[in-house]
Design a protein around this ligand. Structure first.
Ligand SMILES: [Zn+2]
Ligand SMILES: [Zn+2]
Length: 305
């Protein structure tokens, strides 16, 4: 028995599996809770935001205003959420920002489709973001300063750019009429958000690697106990993991295990090739091997039960 076999023979894999499952569950619950708490505000915003298009399709104006207010209050990142009619007249504003007065007519800046501006607000540029992308970036909050530098790159020819304020804007259009909702926000990064995600990802990777290696070690140890080739089965476990375990189980089903020394033996063997012990039950008449459920010997027909 080599050193590794010696160490592994002392391991109780059932106990290790239970400890592993409990540890993985505790770590998983802690990570989900931590990320949930850290991103709670953003998730609440995203959920409320996803309901806005539904509220816009209903005819109940009061219900729409309530939904708009709920979304706007979910995070401080929201500058304002405006409801506009078909003439681009602002009919409701949740935060009464500077953009809430009367009409808000947006036009694209230069040839860039993704930037919008209004003559009324010469110091502001809106970066237009599609709904799904807007929701996702509101949760994950990629560094918004990137948008600023992207805009500076895109409009390098305009020297007045650096003095402009850039907001992110998403538009929800009604399919029934031309009413629409503008969501204007200034995304800030979630404090500790990226750290929590990185720690969670590292922990998930750690538990996955431990699981993978444990499966290979169990195969190695079990094959060593059966006096099969442990290195061979350990490698199969390391390379194929669960598929290797299934093949091993099927193989184990097709052999006999000596009750005295635990060695794997061919089903036809009458005696163990390692310790000489008798394998299974034998016919009293011919000495042939019989199964415990047999009523007659399959070699000579002698009644065994
Ligand atoms: Zn034996
Ligand atoms: Zn017989």
């Amino acid at each position: 028995m080599n050193k590794l076999e010696n160490i592994l023979s002392k391991w109780n894999f059932k106990k290790i599996a239970v400890i592993y499952v409990i540890a993985a569950l505790v770590a998983g619950i802690c990570c989900v809770t931590a990320v949930g708490i850290i991103y709670g505000e953003r998730l609440s915003f995203a959920i409320n935001y996803s309901r806005l298009d539904n509220a816009l399709e209903h005819n109940d104006y009061q219900e729409l205003c309530t939904a708009v207010d709920k979304t706007a209050l979910a995070t401080d990142d929201v500058i304002d959420i405006l409801v506009l009619n078909s003439d681009n007249k602002v009919t409701y504003s949740s935060k009464n920002s500077e953009f809430a007065s009367d009409y808000l007519q947006l036009a694209k800046v230069g040839d860039e489709k993704k930037y919008l501006a209004s003559e009324k607000y010469p110091d502001t540029v809106f970066k237009y973001v599609k709904n799904d992308e807007f929701m996702l970036s509101s949760i994950l909050n990629k560094d918004f300063s990137q948008i600023r530098s992207d805009y500076d790159d895109d409009s390098f020819y305009d020297s007045s750019v650096s003095s402009k304020t850039i907001y992110m804007l998403s538009c929800i259009n009604s399919e029934k009429n031309d009413d629409k909702i503008y969501v204007i926000s200034n995304p800030t990064s979630v404090p500790g958000g990226m750290t929590a995600i990185k720690i969670s990802a590292a922990l998930a990777m750690f538990f996955f690697c431990v699981y993978w290696v444990l499966v290979a070690l169990w195969l190695y140890s079990d094959a060593a106990k059966l006096k099969l080739s442990p290195l061979y089965w350990g490698l199969i476990g390391l390379l194929t993991n669960l598929a290797g375990v299934i093949v091993y189980k099927v193989y184990k089903h097709s052999i006999t295990v000596c009750t005295s020394c635990g060695a794997a033996q061919n089903n036809e063997n009458l005696y163990c090739s390692y310790c000489g012990s008798q394998l299974g039950e034998h016919c009293d008449n011919c000495g042939g091997k019989i199964n415990s459920k047999d009523c007659f010997c399959c070699h000579c027909g002698h009644k065994v039960k």
